[in-house]
Design a protein around this ligand. Structure first.
Ligand code: EPU
Length: 416
């Protein structure tokens, strides 16, 4: 267990370089199972989840090496064991995205069933339904999904909900299926568009990714490629939220305003000024923000990952804001930690009611997951005394050098 210690800081000033998106690179890595050969990925964040996916690919017999600080070389040999063991799926739930590509490429896959987590139950019914429509069959035994498909055939997949993972699994399976697949009510996240761009570069024929309807013409073969990972909109939002906590002025090098329009609009309503620059974003925040109401929704709505950031900002904003969670049922555990820091936050079903205070009170707290962990560090920036965020390894799963980047813009943060 590691911890991050935070003291009241600000105003923040300076430039932060935004890393490549965790939620894209993990899927691109999974997609390398689709074709044999050597891949080169650039703008790869140095985070624990990338190490987890590297271990998973390694356990299948695929070589993964960091050839530079942000470059990953993946050598997909011919001898792949299409299996994702429990120890690795348990470490990282996103491992489930290997199911579609393994099935498409090898006609079989054995993947540990991911359980629930701190967000509540995390079913994969839509992943399985999409793959079933393409021709896969499943058996469940001893905690594993045993998947088979002699051949996959294009189908119309209408998702009940625009699930990110279900869209990605269907997409990665459909690229090698015979004929046309249409995924309707597909997730529209920029990371899905990045995955489609990667697959198209590999020789796939994917149209419409980034919109609700994705059309895929199956091809017989794919090839290894070189690709640069899209910047991480959630990391960029996290630094804008840090600015919202303290006031000041930041430039986010590499951030893409067009991937976070709704977030920018909301923090604008709260009193921040954000403008795109030629290679990122510029933002300025007053010493205290105004409260707003926020509801999470699938992209392009306010991402569920932004929610803890909004709760942290609202906890020190003027007046009252209500945050409504519409994506995950149980993403509230960090609220009790914020209350221990003196925040006036109440939960009522899937709503969080936040009455802003002028400052919080530093306390030892525990990070329950990646984004909530980051939000607790941000809360510490506006708390008197010292805040110790325990379980900081959760933050390292998704943020590259979080402490270093915050320190460089004037935050009083260090890691013990
Ligand atoms: N759902 C189902 N059945 C399914 C799949 C999903 O009911 O078969 C439900 C989920 O339980 C949830 C909702 O649909 O209530 C959305 O889940 P989704 O499948 O869209 O999420 P995910 O693919 O599991 C990704 C990100 C999450 C992010 C969500 C929502 C990755 C690795 N993870 O998860 O990111 O919160 O989309 O945008 O891409 C994070 O980065 O910290 C993180 C948790």
């Amino acid at each position: 267990m590691t911890k991050i210690t935070v003291r009241r800081s600000g105003p923040l000033n300076g430039t932060v370089s935004i890393s490549g998106a965790k939620n894209s690179v993990l899927k691109l890595m999974a997609a390398t199972t689709l074709a044999q050969g050597r891949y080169l990925l650039h703008n790869v964040p140095d985070i624990i989840d990338v190490d987890c996916m590297s271990d998973l690919l390694g356990s299948m017999g695929i070589g993964v090496t960091r050839s530079g600080p942000h470059d990953l070389e993946i050598d997909r040999t011919s001898d792949v064991v299409p299996e994702a063991p429990y120890e690795l799926v348990e470490r990282m739930r996103a491992s489930i995205v290997v199911l579609g590509p393994l099935l498409a490429r090898f006609g079989r896959a054995r993947v540990a069933m991911p359980g629930g987590d701190d967000f509540g139950p995390r079913p994969i019914d839509m992943h399985l339904k999409g793959l079933e429509l393409l021709g896969a069959t499943f058996e469940f035994s001893h905690g594993y999904i045993e998947a088979r498909a002699d051949s996959l055939t294009g189908a119309h997949i209408l998702l009940e909900y625009p699930s990110v993972g279900a869209t990605e699994n269907a997409l990665m399976a459909a690229v090698l299926a015979k004929g046309t697949t249409v995924i309707d009510n597909a997730a529209r996240e920029p990371e899905i568009a990045d995955l489609a761009a990667f697959l198209n570069r590999m020789g796939a024929q994917v149209l419409g990714a980034g919109s609700s309807t994705i059309r895929i013409e199956g091809v017989d073969e794919l090839f290894p490629v070189e690709h640069t990972v899209v910047p991480d909109r959630i990391e960029a939002a996290t630094f804008l939220a840090a600015l919202g906590m303290t006031g000041g002025e930041l430039t986010l090098h590499g951030a893409r305003a067009e991937h976070m329009e709704m977030f920018i609009e909301k923090v604008g309503e709260m009193g921040m000024r954000v403008s795109p620059t030629s290679d990122g974003l510029w933002a300025m925040a007053p010493s205290r923000l105004q409260s707003v109401d926020v509801a999470t929704l699938p992209y392009p709505g306010i991402a569920t990952d932004y929610k803890p950031l909004f709760v942290a900002m609202l906890s020190v904003a003027e007046s009252v804001g209500i945050v409504t969670e519409n994506v995950f049922s149980g993403r509230f555990r960090y609220v009790d930690e914020l209350v221990r820091m003196g925040a006036d936050v109440r939960t009522d079903a899937h709503h969080v009611i936040v009455r802003g205070r002028s400052q919080l009170s530093g306390a030892p707290v525990r990070a329950p997951d990646i984004r909530a962990g980051a939000a607790l560090v941000l809360a510490g920036l506006r708390a008197d005394g010292e805040t110790e965020v325990h379980g900081a390894e959760h933050i390292d799963r998704g943020y590259e050098d979080f402490v270093g980047k915050l320190t460089a813009v004037g935050a009083d943060v260090h890691r013990d």
